[in-house]
Design a protein. Structure first.
Length: 139
């Protein structure tokens, strides 16, 4: 019997840009310039729920979520940082960490289903990735 292999869900791969590789999770940037929006994906094959992770992995992902949240608030001077695990459309376990602002398109509601995503321009994407890669903790 072989061990399952971790693979990033194709929908996440299509909607994001790679930012970093942390101890447990791949860190991705959602391709929607309206919201600074990270997605953390634990590299655990077949995990769809937080409780599918070992206790050590759960502790690790919590530390990564906290590190991402602190960085997003600091890097963008966010009014609020939303952290969520839904998985209704993409079942692979992933965590959304979104910098929110009182004046953003979706405030005070959730970002899902509000308007149309606005993909990053090449220049804006480069700037955002540089900002993230220099400002995110090394986890």
């Amino acid at each position: 019997m072989s061990n399952p292999i971790y693979r990033l869900d194709p929908r996440l791969a299509a909607d994001t840009h790679p930012v970093a590789r942390w101890d447990l999770s791949d860190v991705l940037l959602m391709n929607d310039a309206r919201f600074p929006w990270l997605i953390l994906v634990p590299r655990v094959a077949d995990a769809t729920e937080l409780f599918h992770l070992s206790s050590d992995q759960q502790s690790r992902v919590m530390a990564e979520m906290s590190g991402a949240g602190r960085a997003m608030q600091s890097l963008w001077s966010a009014d609020k940082v939303n952290t969520a695990m839904l998985g209704n459309k993409v079942s692979q376990l992933h965590v959304h960490v979104i910098a929110r602002f009182r004046k953003d398109d979706a405030w005070p509601g959730p970002v899902w289903g509000v308007g149309q995503p606005r993909p990053y321009t090449e220049a804006a994407l480069g700037d955002c990735l540089n900002r993230l890669r220099s400002g995110l903790p090394r986890l």
